[in-house]
Design a protein around this ligand. Structure first.
Ligand SMILES: Cc1cc2nc3c(=O)[nH]c(=O)nc-3n(C[C@H](O)[C@H](O)[C@H](O)COP(=O)(O)OP(=O)(O)OC[C@H]3O[C@@H](n4cnc5c(N)ncnc54)[C@H](O)[C@@H]3O)c2cc1C
Length: 450
């Protein structure tokens, strides 16, 4: 793809070519008549989108009951519904575009090992039911003595089942797992999906879509009606700019007609480096996604210290002659200190690699371990918003600027939903307020479509 080599103008400029930027472009082009320029600093899908586990899942990075406590039942459940709508939106994109990227859908599982973890999920389940969502199936091992301590108010939310069934669903022989939650899950290669979708947009919307790679934006200057972006020696102008940069972008934002945005924006996202390892296995088990919440080795409030691991298993696309399953396993994270540079090229840290290895050996034990062989490791940057909810919508201090950012560890389906929501703002629809709205006490949220 070309670098930007001239000044350009479009109705909308999108910054960032990960899954958020590409699906924002898809819905904007599909749902409006507007022209779109997409600027990517590197190559399409080389950010978090190209470094994840490919798990399709629709939970928040915070327990639902916690969101209910902050935002109220109705708003929190509506947001949960929004994220779950990502499933249908993904189906819709695939049906309309006929992309070839394989998408696997199945029931996935999460294993729990303590009463506290179980009660957390039961609270979430109660909120789901009270808000009109279907309840998750939570199976508890009948042999587990701790089940007598499950509070009475939640007993109607569990299914008692033999311990062997819990272990079998989790594909583990680790008897520490005493309960298991099932939920709709899936997996896909989100980088391949984004690249293919970019190709579709370029060929379908030749007259009003252009995409420039290796074109890092250096500055964004805003008025109430116009955005001017600097890319090397060139200028891109637009009536709206949508940041889909995952929060780490190296540019300045100057709000020429309103309160300063730059500092607030740059402090809005905190970085965590997520580590993953890939393993190959014979192609003799179906795709799956399983999470494992082990008993914490020590009490900690730091999510990076949690005993949480997860894996996805899907056919490996890159070796058609010798087909294998690819297992992507991850969980350990490290905080990126404020102001520190993250480099994609850095080697995987050995302590992270061995933690994942140990987890796999101790937990993913149903298959003979000599069939699962280590292939490679990688890491990626996750941007956490302070409240761990993605930001989707107009900047309250200047609605020329919109966001679909804050990847968090679960970002594929929320990014797709975010793309649709942004297209509604850009079309001038009357958009219901939501917990995804970027908020700022200095400025009222702009009204859309009224
Ligand atoms: C290790 C790891 C595992 C994960 N596992 C899962 C998972 O299993 N399931 C799930 O749902 N989510 C997962 N996630 C999260 C998911 O990958 C992200 O939420 C999602 O990919 C975010 O997409 P994005 O488009 O917002 O960000 P990105 O893919 O990071 O895209 C942002 C783009 O903006 C570009 N950019 C930045 N600055 C500029 C600039 N100045 N000019 C132009 N372009 C710029 C970047 O180069 C980048 O390409 C994981 C993330 C990591 C790191």
């Amino acid at each position: 793809m070309d670098r930007l080599d001239a000044d350009v103008h479009a109705d909308v400029v999108i910054v960032g070519g990960g899954i958020a930027g590409i699906t924002t472009a898809f819905f904007t082009l599909r749902n409006t008549e507007q022209s779109v320029v997409l600027l990517e600093a590197d190559k399409i899908a080389h950010g978090a989108t190209g470094h994840n586990a490919g798990q399709l899942t629709s939970y928040f990075e915070r327990p639902l009951h916690d969101l209910v406590a902050e935002f109220g039942l109705q708003r929190a459940v509506e947001a949960q519904r929004n994220v779950e709508s990502g499933w249908t939106l993904l189906d819709q994109i695939l049906a309309e575009t006929q992309l070839q990227t394989p998408v696997y859908r199945f029931t996935g599982y999460a294993g729990l090992s303590t009463l506290e973890q179980l009660v957390e999920h039961l609270k979430n389940n109660r909120c789901r039911l009270e808000g009109g969502l279907n309840a998750r199936v939570i199976m508890v091992a009948e042999e587990w003595e701790g089940r007598n301590h499950i509070p009475e108010e939640y007993r109607d939310l569990i299914t008692i089942t033999p311990h062997s069934d819990v272990l079998s669903l989790l594909e583990t022989s680790n008897e520490g797992f005493i309960a298991c939650i099932s939920a709709e899950k899936g997996c896909m290669n989100s980088a391949l999906f984004s690249e293919e979708l970019a190709g579709y947009l370029l060929s379908t919307y030749k007259d009003r879509f252009s995409l420039y790679e290796e074109s890092p934006v250096q500055s964004v200057n805003l008025t109430q009606t116009n955005a001017e972006l600097r890319v090397a020696t060139h200028t891109v102008t637009a009536t709206k700019v949508v940041l889909c940069t995952n929060g780490f972008e190296n540019f300045t934002i100057e709000n020429k007609e309103g309160p300063a945005i730059d500092t607030k924006f740059h402090h809005a996202i905190a970085g965590r480096i997520g580590y993953m390892s890939g393993y190959l296995e014979p192609l003799n088990h179906p795709p799956t996604a399983i999470s494992y919440y082990s008993e914490p080795k020590e009490k900690t409030n730091d999510p990076a210290g949690e005993q949480y691991f997860y894996l996805t298993r899907r056919p490996y696309e890159h070796d058609a002659k010798d087909p294998h399953n690819l297992i992507c396993a991850g969980g350990p994270e490290k905080v990126l200190p404020n102001g520190a540079e993250y480099s994609r090229e850095d080697y995987c840290q050995e302590d992270m690699r061995s933690r994942i290895d140990e987890f796999l050996r101790d937990n993913y034990g149903k298959h003979p371990s000599n069939e699962t062989t280590y292939a490679f490791c990688w890491h990626g940057l996750m941007g956490y918003t302070p409240n761990r909810v993605r930001r989707i919508g107009p900047e309250p201090c200047n609605p020329t600027l919109l966001y679909n950012i804050g990847c968090n560890g679960v970002g594929i389906l929320p990014s797709i939903f975010g793309g649709l929501r942004i297209s509604h703002f850009l079309r001038g629809d009357s958009v219901e307020p939501s917990i995804f709205d970027p908020d700022d006490q200095r400025c009222e949220l702009p009204e859309y479509g009224n």
